[in-house]
Design a protein around this ligand. Structure first.
Ligand code: ARG
Length: 271
């Protein structure tokens, strides 16, 4: 009798555990692959941090708040390739990989660099874009920012969970201000609460178009990973392969650069 109870209890626990896994949308879902799940649901759920023009940002289109950018155009191409609808979820950059691991999102595109550390937790597609990392400062002090050492002892802003934050923390005697959203850090720079903001140089260039008093310093910041790739939860090789097909195709047709120009124009033409 005792034994029977134990067996029943164990079985109940196992059942509960498997239900919990399913509820989390983990890859345990009835043994279905991620790719099959996406196709069956008819939706590809993308996680991004829409604070990074021209990669991803908000615009008001026909009176509606919309997330656009060249990353989003690439995600749309993946969704089209799979024959499903694209659903975009905007979150803090530091929440993206956890959201991938719990299955809240199917893939992440956020100008994310495939670092060795991140590769321990998620898989990455091939690289679809390369950018250097730079420093955004106020134009009137630009002359005093000539090299990496000019950052020593400064108040430096960087996005939480980014490779820029890692780089900022390595600067000698710097006071690092980490925030979840890059556009809030731009405000901090505008208000003089920070003196320098580390971002991808192309993002810096894009922002100077809108903030005339800002400029990109003439040097690069060394970081732990380079280029942008799409992140996917581990154990989905088939899905990664499909995503790589789309990237290869877009690059071969020079479409990523086309998406880039479109995103750049959309951002610049905003009020
Ligand atoms: N490339 C950097 C990283 O991977 C920063 C990316 C920030 N992206 C964004 N959408 N805010 O850490």
């Amino acid at each position: 009798m005792k034994k029977f109870k134990l067996v029943t209890a164990t079985a109940a626990l196992l059942l509960l555990a498997s239900h919990m896994l399913t509820a989390c949308g983990s890859s345990a879902d009835a043994g279905q692959s991620k790719l099959d799940q996406i196709k069956a649901s008819g939706q590809l759920v993308l996680g991004t941090s829409a604070d990074y023009p021209p990669y991803e940002f908000h615009v008001i289109e026909n009176g509606q708040d919309t997330i656009v950018g060249f990353d989003i155009a690439i995600a749309q191409a993946v969704a089209d390739h799979l024959g499903v609808e694209l659903v975009v979820k905007d979150m803090d950059f530091s929440g993206l990989l956890p959201a991938l691991s719990t299955g809240t999102v199917d893939m992440v595109i956020a100008g994310m660099s495939p670092t060795e550390e991140r590769k321990q937790n998620v898989d990455f597609s091939d690289i679809y874009y390369q950018a250097e990392i730079g420093v955004l400062v106020k134009k009137d002090v630009l002359a005093s920012y000539n090299d990496l050492a000019s950052l020593d002892g400064k108040k430096i802003g960087a996005q939480q969970g980014s490779i820029q934050e890692e780089a900022a923390l390595k600067v000698a005697d710097a006071e690092v201000r980490s925030m979840p959203k890059v556009l809030d850090l731009v405000q901090e720079l505008e208000n003089g609460n920070i003196e320098a903001l580390i971002v991808e140089k192309n993002v810096g260039d894009q922002l100077t178009g809108k903030y005339a008093d800002l400029a990109v310093a003439p040097f690069s910041v060394p970081v732990s990973g380079s280029g942008s790739a799409i992140a996917i939860a581990k154990g989905n090789d088939e899905f990664v392969a499909e995503v790589n097909k789309v990237i290869a195709d877009l690059l071969a047709k020079d479409q990523v650069s086309q998406f880039y120009v479109e995103a750049d124009t959309l951002f610049s033409n905003q009020d």
